[in-house]
Design a binder for this molecule. Structure first.
Ligand code: DGJ
Length: 751
């Protein structure tokens, strides 16, 4: 019997086993405090992960007060009980200046609240105090309760052991006998002590997404938001706050990203004592979520991280976190597996727009296969009566004029060419000129008796409705069941208007802001469950729906409809502040470019796109043999180094922003055995040569051989040199590397 064997073990054997176990425990147990801990004497919670510590505690008033967020503290560093800030003046109540983890709007709170409610009888005062807590493996759930009323808020914290990135969300529960209306609900509030800070955030517009804004934080509120029902092109739910001026490689940075693809808001507020609070969650504009007795509302997750290595360090942490914790995993791999690098795709949109036909697509597919493309994607135009953007959306049957035998002949042909097949859909939309709208005019977002504002001749289906959710899920399920489809490009080409939901009683209709997005996530999760091999791209007329919420389901995103290779350099620079190149699709399209009418060489276009997840979107049937050979060669080089490019640590060596003459990026894989460098010239002026590129992140003691992907180094440059050489001496581009819109790329491999 196992039990008697164990009990009967020889004492010497027992001692050796015990010693080995202790040794093993010492090896695997890092000398650091548990990821989450609570000190009952001081009432302090402590979370440790990566190089980060996060501490907060219950102050004598009962509020949950932030104590510290920054670089890792020693295990021996003990904190005393949190002390609320004193009343600095009768105008600065302690309730408002004390950095609370999650403040209700009540008492004398003048800063942005995390939660604002109205009780059934009109009372609106909400003061949240500590109630209880429960430690979890890498975090803690802390329950707060109003000082009188039965509104409970559970704050969920967890910290990623590797990156130290915190995930925070709140669950608001009504245990009152009457309904409670939630008017503002943040996922989290982050606090920073008084200092001089710069704020980094991203704004944009259609075809002009990903503009990095860097400004000094001033007293008052700075708000970034979307009121559009989806994430939006105009601002992205990410921020980075740095002490002092923005610096790519040095200095302390606190950053955050909200995982929500509906209307959202993040406020940055420097209070009258210069402390900073960042509050983010559902956009409170037009918000109102009624909680009936016993009901609860869960907020999205607000991720927050810290780096002492500047904005570049913050990006690298976030990229690694996205790859290991957020993105959908490759089917059938273990929990620590990274998602697989994206297949190189061909997409038909810029070549054919909606004029897709079986013969035309087959011609493109044959050429794409010859280039070394892995996946062929047919874009808009294959369904319903879709000839222009005036009709067809909603009617998800194959257009029999364009595809008389259905999709099968095309899909079979694509497979015979050793590519997999992807298809464009826009499931949440409907053209008024469609069978679906004629049958179900009540299915769209609308306010009865009011006009239904169109954009791109389409209306938004109210995905919050159970019947609409069921319809969308069933047509997609059918499409994926009946056809061998590996990939869906999920598009979304307008924002909301008249966001009514007249199925519900008037007081409940604003729930649309939550339920729409939740149903979107439900459908995506369910499709992945039913069709685990199918991959998804989130597209919204370009980069209008990119956030950590959608990235739990989407394997990649379309950053912009602007495929101009020069514009893309700046867009890609901005995009990579929050998001990994793994998800950043980048197509090579025709020249002159349709948007800017700019002409660029094919090599420049290829190199610009090769910094992300590569795709081809040109009319490749027109390419010459020479062009075909160039692209084939570069796709092959890309395949060789792709994991390093898209999943390695990114160093933005020279920014293309602010009209820079030059730009350069470098990526280094985890093992530091490979690195890839991309360099670009906008337009050489006054004969200037490209600056010496001092590389980063290499192993100084290792030897690296350099191989040109395209371009030349200065004659006399070593072919093999140490990491120390490439980082300290730097890489010299050939003096011939001059001109307008020039690109070069090199691979370094450890010997
Ligand atoms: C907008 C997308 O961003 C484009 O790539 C393309 O798919 C069109 N929609 C199709 O209508």
């Amino acid at each position: 019997m196992g039990g008697s064997n164990k009990a009967g073990k020889h004492p010497m054997l027992k001692a050796i086993t015990c010693g080995l176990l202790l040794l093993f425990a010492a090896i695997i147990t890092p000398a650091q405090p548990a990821a989450s801990a609570f000190d009952a004497a001081s009432k302090v919670f402590r979370l440790d992960g990566g190089n980060v510590s996060y501490l907060f505690g219950v102050n004598p008033r009962g509020e949950l007060q932030q104590l510290y967020w920054g670089g890792k503290l020693a295990a021996t560093d003990n904190f005393k009980q949190a002390v609320p800030l004193r009343e600095a003046a009768s105008f600065d109540s302690s309730y408002t200046t004390t950095p609370q983890e999650y403040a209700g709007w009540g008492a004398g709170l003048y800063v942005e609240p995390a939660l604002k409610v109205t009780f059934a009888e009109g009372n609106r005062d909400l003061v949240l105090h500590y109630d209880s807590h429960e430690l979890t493996q890498n975090g803690v759930n802390v329950v707060l309760k109003d000082i009188k009323r039965y509104v409970f808020v559970t704050l969920h914290y967890s910290i990623d052991p590797e990156s130290g990135i915190l995930a925070r969300l709140a669950t608001i529960e009504n245990r009152e006998p009457q309904p409670v209306r939630v008017e503002e609900a943040a996922a989290a509030a982050w606090s920073l002590p008084p200092a001089h800070y710069s704020l980094n955030y991203l704004t944009g517009r259609w075809a002009g997404e990903w503009t990095l804004n860097q400004e000094t934080l001033h007293p008052g509120e700075r708000v970034i938001e979307s009121r559009r029902g989806s994430t939006g092109h105009q601002a992205n739910p990410w921020f980075a706050i740095q002490t002092g001026d923005p610096d790519e490689e040095h200095g302390e940075v606190w950053f955050g990203a909200l995982a929500w693809s509906g209307s959202w808001r993040i406020t940055f507020e420097q209070d009258q004592l210069d402390a900073v609070r960042v509050v983010g969650g559902f956009n409170p504009f037009d918000f109102g979520y009624v909680l009936h007795p016993g009901q609860s509302l869960e907020t999205p997750i607000f991720y927050g991280g810290y780096s002492s290595h500047g904005l570049g360090g913050a990006s690298r942490l976030l990229h690694r976190f996205e790859i290991s914790q957020i993105l959908p995993r490759r089917v059938g791999t273990g929990p620590s597996a990274a998602p697989k690098p994206r297949p190189v795709i061909y997409n038909s949109w810029e070549a054919t727009e909606m004029n897709v036909t079986e013969a035309g697509q087959i011609a493109l597919a044959e050429k794409a296969a010859a280039l070394g493309v892995d996946r062929f994607v047919m874009d808009d135009g294959w369904f319903g009566q879709r000839k222009t953007d005036h009709a067809g959306l909603g009617d998800w049957y194959v257009n029999s004029e364009k595809f008389p035998h259905g999709l099968k002949p095309l899909i079979d042909k694509v497979h015979s060419l050793h590519m997999d097949f992807g298809l464009w859909v826009e499931p949440e939309m409907v053209n008024p000129d469609s069978d679906l709208y004629r049958k179900h005019p009540e299915w769209v977002l609308n306010m009865p008796g009011r006009p239904r504002s169109e954009a791109r001749n389409q209306l938004v289906l109210n995905l919050a409705r159970p019947d609409v959710r069921a319809y969308v899920l069933s047509f997609l399920d059918k499409l994926l069941t009946e056809n061998d489809i590996a990939f869906l490009k999920w598009d979304y080409n307008r924002n909301w208007s008249e966001p009514g939901w007249d199925q519900l009683p008037p007081t409940e209709q604003k729930k649309v802001y939550v339920e729409f997005t939740r149903n979107l996530y439900f459908i995506l999760a369910e499709l992945k469950r039913r069709h685990p091999k199918v991959e998804l791209e989130s597209c919204s007329g370009g980069g209008g729906r990119v956030d950590l919420g959608i990235l739990k389901y989407a394997d990649e995103v379309w950053p912009s409809d602007n495929t101009d290779p020069f514009d893309r350099l700046t867009q890609q620079d901005g995009f990579t502040y929050p998001y990994t190149a793994q998800v950043m699709m980048a197509w090579v399209t025709d020249s002159p470019h349709w948007l800017n009418k700019r002409s660029t060489s094919l090599t420049y276009r290829m190199l610009s796109s090769m910094q992300g997840s590569l795709g081809i979107g040109a009319n490749i049937t027109k390419w010459t043999d020479e062009e075909t050979a160039t692209v084939k060669r570069l796709i092959a080089s890309y395949h060789e180094a792709q994991p390093t490019i898209v999943q390695g640590d990114l160093y933005r060596l020279i920014s293309p922003r602010n009209g820079s003459e030059f730009s350069a990026t470098q990526t280094v894989n985890r093992g530091k055995s490979q690195s890839v460098v991309f360099a670009f010239i906008h337009s050489t002026q006054e004969g200037r040569t490209f600056p010496k590129l001092k590389l980063k992140g290499l192993d100084p003691a290792a030897q690296y051989a350099v191989t040109p992907i395209d371009g030349k180094l200065q004659p006399g440059s070593p072919e093999v040199a140490s990491g120390a050489y490439w980082m300290n001496h730097g890489m010299d581009m050939s003096e011939e590397f001059r001109g307008d819109f020039q690109g070069a790329a090199f691979r370094l491999d450890k010997k």
